[in-house]
Design a protein around this ligand. Structure first.
Ligand SMILES: Nc1nc2c(ncn2[C@@H]2O[C@H](COP(=O)(O)OP(=O)(O)OP(=O)(O)O)[C@@H](O)[C@H]2O)c(=O)[nH]1
Ligand SMILES: [Mg+2]
Length: 188
């Protein structure tokens, strides 16, 4: 049984690969066709990680939010209760990188200041890449978050992104006393 249950949202412009990243992570496969997400799609996965030398069982409930502008109104409600978020852009489309400001504002307005990870997706399309790695790191720095480049197609870095996010959420939410308790239990 899971010790914690965390809701996370995956956001970003249409067709950047949000659903594909989730599919790769949860079901470990990739589909080449584009089928836009109509509003939202929810899936879940258990994740076990180590912190303070202890194994922590967590259930992630992943809300895949359709990036099309006409879902903006319905997205508001979907942010409710989110503990963390993955912001995705497409390394081959600079416009999706420019739009990150809007996505981080939308997130801040509806979910508050929660842990995030910034993701540049489609790293397998090396020759079509048009957002430099350094720009991704700069933006992540300004947002005070971490940056990863992923490929939902090959699976590169996909697990890592979710693992980093879940650890951040854990450390962000667990009260100080609980942290001390866990580390003391570990020492005993
Ligand atoms: N080459 C490559 N193609 C990808 C990758 N990730 C997604 N795609 C393709 O990009 C297209 C859009 O992917 P989706 O996952 O549906 O995009 P989305 O962000 O969920 O889009 P919305 O639901 O409309 O917001 C599809 O044709 C995918 O096959 C990747 O890492 N590499
Ligand atoms: Mg989608």
């Amino acid at each position: 049984m899971a010790d914690f249950l965390f809701k996370v949202t995956v956001i970003g412009d249409p067709a950047v690969g949000k659903s594909s990243l989730i599919r790769r992570y949860v079901e470990n496969y990739f589909v080449g066709d584009y089928i836009m997400t109509m509003g939202t799609h929810i899936s879940s996965k258990n994740i076990v990680f180590s912190e303070f030398n202890k194994r922590i069982n967590t259930k992630l409930v992943i809300w895949d939010l359709g990036g099309q502008p006409h879902f903006k109104e319905v997205r508001r409600a979907y942010y409710l209760g989110a503990r963390g978020s993955i912001l995705v852009f497409d390394l081959t489309r600079p416009d999706t990188f420019m739009d990150l400001h809007n996505w981080s504002n939308e997130l801040l307005n509806h979910a508050g200041k929660i842990p995030t990870v910034l993701v540049g997706n489609k790293s397998d399309l090396r020759y079509l890449r048009s957002v430099p790695e350094i720009d991704g790191y700069h933006f992540a720095n300004r947002m005070n978050t971490s940056y990863f480049e992923t490929s939902a197609k090959t699976g590169e870095n996909v697990e890592r992104v979710f693992e980093v996010l879940v650890k951040k959420i854990f450390l962000h939410n667990i009260p100080k006393e609980e942290k001390t308790k866990i580390s003391e239990e570990t020492i005993v």
